[in-house]
Write a protein that binds this ligand. Structure first.
Ligand SMILES: O=C(O)[C@H](O)COP(=O)(O)O
Length: 345
């Protein structure tokens, strides 16, 4: 029985100014990511690029480039039925969030955090089921954490996508990695989806709780203390990260790397973790630090947002590929699904 995603009432707007701190190292890393993603999407092949320290120029480049080569899927190519739309630059994009499927340590009820464990068999099934649910929703670029359970979830989910594009992990950990992972065929690139792994999307680091059994930890430290470590906003576990600290890297990365993709009309999927996604949803839904405490995300349940005119509209969790509700208020998604239906009757 697939558990539902629990959303709490949307709170008042909270300034997230403290989330804007990006240290120099992160900015440099982000510029590399942007350049690698840009090369891949532009089809220029991956070549040596001087990394520019001013995030602004690269950010501008990725936006302008994206609009030139906007990876609007050929399935959405202009046709008589949507001629009017095809001339309008779409300012609408789909954003799919998926918490990874159950991991082998979730199965053993161990605190995982940044320990890099794979999915359990149930988690593999959950990832495939999630893929079925989003199989008619366009995906132009995928972001995952640096952890295998999130990457497995993204790749398994995309095996179910009706468009049949191949997700390709981008490698920018070194110049050699970049040059040795080049794709030289333009057609092949058009049939691929870049996947960017970012440590900033990792699960919150659970410090000295990592590897401990959650029940035994409650028995040892008391239920209230463990609940406070797990679900408070600004109280970290011993030598670990609080949700606030996790948000400062995850939301900063979302705003610096992922939001520009949405602004350029790209449809984005993020496969990440319970807490890194809770912090992003706090930003998307403008939840207060009080409201986010009761936000729980189930493993392997996709959540759909529509990004439109700079706003995030929560569309809920698609329960099946043809769910009318998902498409009712988003003409672009309905059109994309219709094209897939026509192509793959
Ligand atoms: O890191 C973990 O143990 C889980 O992914 C999330 O744990 P939590 O539900 O205790 O935050």
């Amino acid at each position: 029985m697939a558990a539902e995603v629990y959303y709490q009432a949307i709170g008042t707007v909270q300034s997230h100014s403290h989330l804007n701190n990006l240290n120099r190292h992160q900015k440099h890393q982000n510029n590399i990511v942007r350049l690698v993603a840009r090369d891949f999407i532009s089809g220029n092949g991956l070549s040596r690029r001087s990394t520019n320290r001013s995030g602004r120029r690269n950010c501008t480049v990725i936006r302008s480039l994206a609009s030139q080569t906007s990876v609007v899927d050929p399935v959405l190519s202009p046709s008589r039925s949507n001629a009017g739309d095809s001339n309008k630059k779409s300012n609408e994009a789909a954003l799919i969030l998926i918490r990874h499927g159950e991991s082998l340590w979730n199965e053993k009820n161990l605190f995982t955090g940044c320990v890099d464990v794979p999915l359990s068999k149930k988690g593999i099934d959950e990832a495939i089921e999630a893929g079925k649910r989003i199989s008619s929703i366009p995906v132009d670029v995928i972001f995952t954490s640096a952890l295998i359970r999130a990457q497995m979830t993204a790749m398994l989910a995309m095996t179910q996508h009706r468009r049949g594009k191949v997700p390709i992990m981008l490698h920018n950990e070194s110049e050699r990695a970049r040059s040795w992972s080049q794709v030289f065929s333009e057609d092949t690139k058009k049939q691929s989806i870049p996947v960017i792994a970012a440590w900033q999307l990792n699960e919150r680091m659970y410090g000295e709780l990592q590897g401990l059994n959650k029940q035994e930890t409650a028995d040892r430290y008391g239920k209230e203390q463990v609940h406070e470590w797990r679900r408070s906003y600004d109280i970290p576990p011993p030598n670990g990260e609080s949700l606030e600290m996790c948000a400062q890297r995850a939301v900063a990365y979302f705003r610096d790397q992922i939001e520009p993709q949405l602004l350029s009309g790209k449809n984005v999927m993020i496969s990440a973790h319970g807490n890194s996604l809770r912090s992003i949803i706090m930003y998307l839904d403008k939840l207060t630090s009080q409201e986010v405490i009761s936000l729980e995300l189930s493993t392997g349940i996709p959540m759909l947002y529509i990004f439109k005119e700079g706003r995030y509209i929560r569309r809920g969790s698609p329960t099946r590929p043809s769910e009318a509700g998902v498409y009712a208020y988003t003409k672009r998604l309905a059109l994309y699904k219709q094209k897939l239906d026509d192509m793959f009757q």
